[in-house]
Design a binder for this molecule. Structure first.
Ligand SMILES: *[C@@H]1O[C@H](CO)[C@@H](O)[C@H](O)[C@H]1NC(C)=O
Length: 295
């Protein structure tokens, strides 16, 4: 476990050597990108990024220079990485990014694809995580929030999944949630094979203003539930403002109120209209390095 936490920390130092993409007008950028991309001297003020995170990770401020190795990882930004074709070996399952008992982690603007196991695993009581502006593609199991059905500590897990681009060629788990809570908003779903959003152990999910493009043939249903539905523990799967195309459908269950994120002022952010999701996610993934600001 220590090795894996260490892995996460190391990633956070390998970031931030890019120029901002000035192609989109401010009004076309999502709430996170608006916070830093408009700063033309961004390279000289990289620490500003720490003030731009929203969702459950909250702000990353006050962690400058802190040595987090040997501690459980906290206040970590994983930004601007391309990770692909990872293979399992002795310590790792073949995931692109795995969080172990980590909290306040912001995973933003990475491109993740074609790994042996999954692209992102949030496990063992990890919580207060924001997954934003990433491009996930060409993958069977994309994102696992909560590692096993028996790990009850994941009941407290809270994850925000916003402004990501899923696809093409993603099969399932965008995300799969066990026990905890996920606010899944303003993401672009470019098809799926088995399902897009699902879970087990009565998780709560609020799906808000996402753009779902169902595959041409095969399953049109966005959601998937594994396990027995108990009346006493309703699965709160709630969809609001989502856009469904190609016949996509979303089976809702449980109670709406239970699926509210209840963000603090620091965590809350502006959710765009589902119709604008293609624009809001158009710069998802690792940013391209360039010598000029031209795109
Ligand atoms: C938000 O508050 C409601 C009402 O108190 C509660 O039922 C729900 O579980 C809360 N949501 C989260 C993510 O904790």
């Amino acid at each position: 476990m220590a090795v894996l936490s260490h892995f996460v920390v190391v990633l956070s130092f390998v970031s931030l050597s890019f120029f901002p993409n000035a192609c989109l007008a401010a009004s076309e950028m999502n709430a996170i990108d608006q916070c830093w991309k408009l700063n033309t001297i961004w390279r000289r003020s990289r620490q500003q990024l720490a003030t731009c995170s929203v969702g459950f990770a909250g702000k990353m401020a006050n962690n400058v220079g802190r040595d987090v190795i040997l501690y459980k990882a906290t206040d970590v930004i994983i930004h601007g990485l391309r990770i692909h074709h990872c293979k399992a070996h002795s310590q790792m399952d073949g995931d692109a990014i795995r969080l172990v008992s980590a909290s306040k982690v912001w995973i933003d603007h990475n491109t993740l694809f074609s790994c042996q196991d999954g692209l992102l695993d949030v496990t063992r009581g990890s919580t207060f995580v924001t997954v934003s502006n990433n491009w996930f593609r060409d993958q069977d199991k994309v994102m696992l929030l909560g590692h096993d059905d028996g790990f009850l500590r994941d009941k407290d897990m809270k994850v925000t999944v916003a402004f990501n681009h899923f696809g093409p060629n993603c099969n399932q788990r965008m995300p799969r949630v066990r026990h905890g809570y996920a606010h899944v908003t303003n993401n672009l779903y470019q098809g799926w094979e088995q399902y897009a959003i699902g879970g087990s152990m009565s998780p709560s999910i609020k799906s808000e203003s996402n753009y779902f493009i169902a595959p041409k043939s095969g399953k049109k249903e966005v959601t998937w539930r594994n396990g027995i539905y108990e009346k006493s523990k309703p699965w709160n799967f709630y969809s609001v403002g989502d856009l469904f195309t190609n016949g996509a459908s979303f089976f809702q269950s449980g109670r709406r109120g239970m699926a509210r994120p209840n963000y603090t002022k620091e965590q809350s952010f502006k959710v765009g209209d589902a119709k604008s999701v293609k624009t809001l996610t158009s710069s998802a993934g690792a940013l391209k390095c360039s010598r000029t600001l031209r795109c």
